[in-house]
Design a protein around this ligand. Sequence first.
Ligand SMILES: Nc1nc2c(ncn2[C@@H]2O[C@H](COP(=O)(O)OP(=O)(O)OP(=O)(O)O)[C@@H](O)[C@H]2O)c(=O)[nH]1
Ligand SMILES: [Mg+2]
Length: 339
Amino acid sequence: MSVQWYPGHMNKARREIEDVMTQVDIVIEVLDARIPDSSQNPMLNTLRGEVPVLRLLNKKDLADRERLDLWLTHWQGNATIMAHPFSTLDKADVAKISQWVSQMVPHRGSAEKPIRAMIAGIPNVGKSSLMNALLGKRVAKVGNEPAVTKSQQKLKVTNGFQILDTPGILWPKIENPDASYRLAVTGAVRDTAIDYEDVALVGLKFFMTDYTDALVSRYKLKNMSTDAYDVLKVIGSKRGALRSGGKVDMHKSAEVFLSDVRTGAIGPYVMETPEMIAHEERLVEEAKAKKEAARLARLAAAVPQRQQASNLAYRQAQKNKADSDTLDASEIENTDNKQ
Ligand SMILES: Nc1nc2c(ncn2[C@@H]2O[C@H](COP(=O)(O)OP(=O)(O)OP(=O)(O)O)[C@@H](O)[C@H]2O)c(=O)[nH]1
Ligand SMILES: [Mg+2]
């Protein structure tokens, strides 16, 4: 099972990004610091080609710095990639952008040749917030839900720097099912495209193993069960997510929990490490190889059957021909006899 969300406006946005990529000097890819790998859009990476990328690990205020540093080390040494923990709410961070961008595009930055930067990324990571922060005023609509921006918007930051805000895009098939759930947990997927309870349980299992103390302390859990469903029920009852009659409403409990996760009420966290992603990628590759092997086996099994069928048809045709030749000959004989 995995979560997939690729509405029509994203495909249109992808084509528009492709169209303008040749006029872009640098991509500012806004990532979610809580999912540094899963918030990277592989489609954007392909469209970017050799264009350098400044990766802003946004919402650093919600992220666990120790784990975030693992990613910064992991990406070191690539000339076309620069990555920084970031928050659109942190004025000092915003002020550093033009300096980072100039470092990566040293040959541009004048009024005649401004640095043309494209802000891109998955939905709800803070692209429009970044645009507003850079401009120092509200020029783009911001909202705590995915797909707020629906079309591109270009603005001049200074004479030497212009930026283009783009709609958040995901991609047609998220191959790693675990990653797709993490995207849903952190809020990059529209709520109507997910099963709240499923997504909350994935998030809860993660906190139960990786940030146990923060979870226990947030909900004052005593003797926490090892079963996520039971824990979600306890959270729901403690937070008043009840149906008439006093039974816990699991959907409401899931909503309450996911809202806490997304706003950072449980505490700072990062859901993935480079090691864990490498392991998941191996699993994805293994699953793909298994599927391909099964497809080839089906094909191989079908070939002899097809071969047998065609052999049979050939033999039948030969036999029919032989029968008809005999018939013809006997007809000739018969005619001969008549003469
Ligand atoms: N905690 C925190 N929230 C942030 C930060 N930056 C942006 N946000 C919030 O993230 C949410 C999404 O922000 P947007 O700027 O609309 O995100 P977007 O990437 O433009 O979203 P789409 O246009 O839907 O793709 C809003 O609620 C912002 O207030 C940050 O640094 N920290
Ligand atoms: Mg936006």
